[in-house]
Design a protein around this ligand. Structure first.
Ligand code: WTA
Length: 659
């Protein structure tokens, strides 16, 4: 943690003079002026930016409607189209021939798409969707590999006012089915297979499996992009090849002009209870923040080559691949593969080859590439020419100072600022982050709120705690790109994000501490039962439900996280079987079976790293599982907590010995 403890002064990296001179937000006084402007008149601040950064079909007359708080509405009577803002207006501004996307396939093949290409491809796809009856407000699930087609599919939905719900290609048939079902999607866009790490992995076959599970009756068609040419099963009534659907489609398509509040997308994410929730985002407010944060945090300029390594299946890929950089007319890299194929120098080689200037990735990737570089000099970043870089970013989990320093030194050559961006699926874009030409950096701290974001650290009753004292992270004022609802479950929305005791503040679900001297924020991790594994959010309850759904084997299961050097957190499951507690090889065999089961139920990312078997779980006399004890056991800690309320204290020793 970087909050100063009075003994150790944190290391501070001031922005270089060159960075200050050239940045969109130039110097701390400029940052402060924006903060002051927002404080003086929050609505006028956002209204000015919305007018300056978005092209409106009909201008909005009202900025914020809080009459049904916490269901806030921004710019509601304004109309616009998100794909018009990302594509047409750049072409109209003379950028038609500019490269929008540099796509590098898993096997290294590079293809480029200009803004004109993207626009005509988006229009053709939009026309194909319309031809099949998809219209404004319909939900379309996208289960695609990283590809230009994936970005085009999202933009095409935006163009016709359909609400997309992208499902990460690593999710299982069951997870896909649940998302199609919850959203009542009418269309699914997928590919035959995805190419990752030299292998072809199925997508269409998983779609077929998901549909066979039942509950996807709302789906009328499945559009299939032929990526690898691998064998797929075919239902001639339902399935259509993308190239057939596109054949003969016009390259123009009148955009659907929608209210700024029209739902642009749903994105399912894990909460502390129940099934994943469909986080619903707006069109106008969301796009404003996507564009504005790309401009101010990433300082994107016309000549930059921006690369966000996230998948379009996560919010980072939505905001910083599909929407933000395109809204600004930028050039970006889209990568199909994985960082370790053909070797762990892939990222560095791609930065070198494409002369990437701004690079945005996750701490997990950095930590695993540090390990790889230490083990193999051939893939060490020092062997590559990374001199094109001018700015680095980090997202998804706290970045530990050691990884920060390595990233700064070996990737950034000691000259590139690192923006450690704190945000969430629900926030739409950056919330707390340095601005590269203004904010002095402290490794491990996401520094200060983005202008217009009223972040604070409070106690359980919503009162701000003094700096230097940890608490709960909240956002006190609504902001344009905030979550609008949990799809189909407004009650859960209120309960999850606006608990009554917090004075109407947005509850982020993370703990935070502000430095006593600088006021800088450091995120201390989730305060609920959500784990962060390799920057992916996983609900402990979700994994528990998956385990106990193996009804032949599992009687009871409890899942906790434990710190992991590479993945940040690792999933640790404590399982009681319906048969005597296994040991030795039998335990290994059953653990593997359960891991595969979870992989099938949710997806490989949810597979527990550790599985321990017990005759029982530590419970209070009223039967409540004591998770804090399990967390200690998972960490390998000596139990020092009070165990007097425990029904079965002997179980602790059994679970501890089971390493
Ligand atoms: C965590 C990803 C520390 C946090 C954009 C948050 C971070 C959750 C950071 C959201 C960061 C994200 N420092 N923690 N810079 N960025 N987190 O919804 O716990 O996948 O609540 O959005 O990731 O994860 P999500």
């Amino acid at each position: 943690m970087s909050a100063s403890d009075g003994l150790h002064e944190p290391k501070i990296y001031a922005p270089s003079e060159a960075a200050v001179r050239s940045a969109h937000v130039s110097g701390m006084p400029a940052y402060q002026a924006l903060v002051d402007e927002a404080n003086a008149d929050h609505q006028a601040f956002w209204a000015r930016l919305a007018r300056e950064h978005l092209s409106w079909k009909t201008p909005f007359t009202k900025v914020l409607d809080d009459s049904e708080a916490p269901f806030f509405k921004w710019f509601e009577d304004g109309t616009l189209n998100v794909s018009y803002n990302c594509l047409d207006r750049n072409v109209e501004a003379g950028l038609g021939g500019k490269t929008a996307i540099i796509f590098e396939a898993d096997d290294g093949t590079v293809t480029r798409a200009t803004y004109s290409d993207l626009l005509s491809r988006t229009c053709r796809m939009a026309n194909a969707l319309r031809e099949r009856g998809v219209s404004k407000g319909d939900r379309v699930v996208i289960y695609m590999p990283m590809s230009i087609e994936g970005v085009v599919a999202m933009q095409a939905c935006a163009r016709i006012g359909a609400t997309h719900s992208v499902v990460f290609g690593g999710f299982s048939a069951q997870s896909l089915r649940d998302r199609v079902n919850d959203a009542g999607a009418v269309m699914l866009i997928t590919a035959d297979e995805q190419a990752r790490g030299g292998k072809s992995l199925p997508l269409k076959a998983i779609v077929d499996e998901a549909i066979a599970l039942g509950g996807c009756e709302s789906l009328k068609n499945v559009i299939v992009y032929k990526r690898t040419g691998g064998q797929v099963a075919w239902d001639a009534k339902r399935d259509v090849w993308l190239h057939d659907a596109l054949a003969g489609q016009s390259e123009t398509c009148e955009p659907e002009w929608v209210s700024a509040e029209h739902p642009l997308f749903l994105l399912y994410t894990s909460g502390s209870t129940g099934k994943p929730k469909g986080v619903q985002h707006s069109s106008g407010g969301y796009l404003l923040h996507a564009a504005l944060t790309t401009k101010w945090t990433f300082d994107l300029k016309p000549d930059d080559v921006f690369w966000c390594t996230a998948d379009i299946g996560w919010v980072t890929g939505h905001t910083y691949i599909t929407y933000g950089p395109l809204a600004l007319g930028g050039t970006e890299v889209v990568f199909e593969g994985i960082p370790t194929y053909p070797d762990a120098g892939r990222f560095w080689k791609m930065i070198q080859d494409h002369k990437v200037t701004i690079f945005y990735t996750a701490p997990t990737a950095i930590r695993s590439l540090i390990k790889a570089a230490e083990g193999n000099a051939a893939v060490h970043p020092d062997r590559y020419d990374l001199s094109s870089l001018r700015l680095l970013g980090s997202v998804g989990e706290p970045i530990n100072p050691a990884a920060w320093e390595w990233y700064h030194q070996h990737i950034g050559g000691g000259r590139c600022p690192i923006v450690d961006t704190f945000w969430q699926t629900e926030t739409g874009g950056h919330m707390i982050t340095p601005l590269p030409g203004a904010t002095p950096l402290v490794p491990g701290s996401c520094t200060l709120p983005f202008p217009g974001i009223d972040a604070a650290v409070v106690d359980e009753t919503g009162n701000e705690v003094p700096n230097g004292q940890g608490g709960i992270l909240v956002v006190r004022k609504p902001w344009p790109s905030m979550i609008r609802n949990i799809y189909g479950d407004p009650e859960r929305f209120k309960k999850s994000y606006y608990p009554p005791e917090l004075k109407g503040y947005y509850l982020a679900g993370d703990g935070a501490i502000r430095d006593a001297k600088t006021g800088y924020f450091t995120i201390t991790g989730r305060i609920d039962d959500v784990l962060n594994v390799s920057g992916h959010r996983m609900g402990t309850m979700e994994i528990e439900s998956a385990l106990v759904s193996h009804t032949d084997l599992v009687a009871e299961a409890a899942v906790v996280g434990r710190p992991d050097e590479t993945t940040g957190e690792a999933i640790c499951a404590f399982v009681v079987l319906k048969r005597p507690r296994p040991t030795g090889d039998e335990a290994k065999k059953i653990a593997k079976e359960l891991r595969d089961w979870v992989g099938k139920e949710i997806g490989p990312i949810a597979k527990p790293k550790d599985i321990r078997f017990g005759d029982n779980l530590p419970k209070t006399r009223s039967g409540k599982i004591m998770r804090r004890l399990l967390r200690s056991i998972a960490k390998g800690e000596q139990i020092t907590q009070d165990t007097s309320t425990l029904e079965n204290p002997a179980i602790l020793a059994q679970l501890s010995e089971n390493n």
